[in-house]
Ligand binder design. Structure first.
Ligand SMILES: NC(=O)c1ccc[n+]([C@@H]2O[C@H](COP(=O)([O-])OP(=O)(O)OC[C@H]3O[C@@H](n4cnc5c(N)ncnc54)[C@H](O)[C@@H]3O)[C@@H](O)[C@H]2O)c1
Ligand SMILES: O=P(O)(O)OC[C@@H](O)[C@@H](O)[C@H](O)[C@H](O)CO
Length: 382
């Protein structure tokens, strides 16, 4: 069985590639990082090490890689022959891989499924839209008849790596990969470890608005407190309390919206906070807080649960508002999106920035609460 996976980065090698290998796939990674591509082709294997006492290790074999910037035809050929296509490149990169995916799909006669494994609601659906934009109108129906784009939620903390062995990836032991079964075309890909679900929405919202909301709180509050890593941020009692209070807010609306059992959801939250504090993982604040414009978007981990809470519960979520304010104060100079947010705030004021990046209604109580929390953090810290 053959797999093509776009993005040989942390989650690509540390999770998707590893599960594909364990399920018997030969994986062809597609990336634009020539160092990683060359190393994969030179070694033909890499190590995945569990971040726990045992340091259990798996060697992922049967891998090769293509640099899509240098050899797009080879990527098209690989997609034409693949039994599954996956991607973990980041939500903003999906439109950039759509052209090659479209070319590869047009060459096929057999069914295949394309699964985007990004932290976003509707990742594969977005990729599908972008692929269709790159497919001639008279071929779209046929391509769609033999291609599934099931949405997915992936959960495994894979921090930035600083190992001497540049291909090795240290990952947390926990993982979850939920894929929407009802959107599969043809046979279900034989990947052990996928949880097949009829409707992804509850899974992706629960994951994004618990794991990723919590992570963002730890990162942006941690940044204000001068912490460098997530576990360091969590050693600050006030940050830990804010994290718990924020996840109580997202939990309240998730339980209301999807009918999750409230006790089970509380256990889920506790387990996630435990994962953040894993002493065997060094996860930089600047990785978890990366790309604040994306994270401040209306469908992402802070604004979406805050707006949905306000609508469903009928109250203003104070801690989510504070988390959005902390994201607006994230002024890491090496992060281009943080620089852009700070530029907007210094030129036009925080209200203009909230409007521009969150698309929230200026007249909503949530908008006013974010402004007030922003000023409070500026005056007295988190
Ligand atoms: N790291 C995690 O803990 C984690 C967990 C779950 C989900 N995710 C999601 O997975 C995605 C990737 O995250 P990551 O942490 O692995 O990031 P990463 O930066 O480690 O990996 C992304 C890879 O994509 C490659 N890339 C960039 N542009 C490309 C292009 N045009 N074509 C092919 N490859 C390209 C990069 O070179 C890099 O190797 C994100 O959406 C992220 O939210 C990450
Ligand atoms: O990848 P991002 O930038 O969307 O979010 C940063 C982290 O919260 C994220 O990568 C988590 O580690 C991951 O989602 C855990 O499953």
């Amino acid at each position: 069985m053959k797999a093509v996976h776009f993005g040989a980065g942390n989650i690509g090698r540390g999770f998707i590639g590893s599960l594909l290998y364990q399920s018997g796939f030969e994986t062809c990674f597609v990336d634009v990082n020539s160092e990683v591509v060359d190393l994969i082709n030179e070694k033909g294997e890499y190590r995945v090490v569990l971040a726990e006492e045992s340091h259990e290790e798996l060697t992922v074999k049967q891998v090769r890689a293509i640099n899509s910037a240098n050899d797009p035809d080879a990527v098209i050929e690989a997609i034409a022959e693949a039994d599954i296509v996956t991607a973990a490149v980041g939500p903003t990169i999906l439109p950039h891989i759509a052209g090659l995916v479209a070319e590869g799909l047009r060459k096929r006669t057999k069914p295949v499924n394309v699964i985007a494994c990004e932290n976003m609601v509707g990742g594969s659906t977005l990729l599908k839209e972008k692929v269709l934009e790159k497919t001639p109108a008279n071929e779209q129906e046929e391509v769609l008849s033999r291609t599934g784009f099931p949405d997915a939620a992936v959960d495994r903390i894979v921090p930035n790596q600083s190992n001497e062995d540049k291909l090795m990836v240290v990952v947390e032991p926990f993982y979850e990969w939920a894929v929407e079964e009802t959107k599969i075309v043809g046979e279900k890909p034989a990947v052990d470890g996928i949880t097949w679900v009829p409707d992804l929405k509850p899974y992706i919202e629960r994951k994004l608005f618990t794991v990723n909301t919590g992570h963002a709180v730890a990162a942006y509050f941690g940044w204000q407190a001068g912490a460098k890593t997530i576990d360091e941020a969590l050693q600050n009692e006030s940050i830990k309390q804010s994290l718990e209070a924020t996840l109580k807010e997202t939990g309240r609306f998730l339980v209301e919206k999807y009918g999750f059992d409230a006790d089970e959801h509380n256990l889920y939250i506790g387990k996630i906070i435990g994962r953040f504090a894993n002493p065997h993982i060094t996860d930089d604040i600047t990785r978890v807080g990366r790309a604040p414009i994306r994270k401040l978007g209306g469908n992402d981990r802070l604004v979406s649960p805050a707006a949905q809470y306000e609508k469903l519960i009928g109250e203003t979520p104070v801690y989510l508002a504070k988390s959005i304010a902390a994201a607006l104060l994230y002024d890491y100079a090496q992060d281009p999106e943080a620089v852009e947010v700070q530029g907007e705030i210094s030129q036009n004021g925080v209200e203009a920035a909230i409007k521009k990046f969150t698309q929230l209604d200026e007249s909503s109580p949530l908008f006013a609460e974010i402004v007030s929390q922003y000023k409070a953090i500026q005056e007295s810290g988190i």
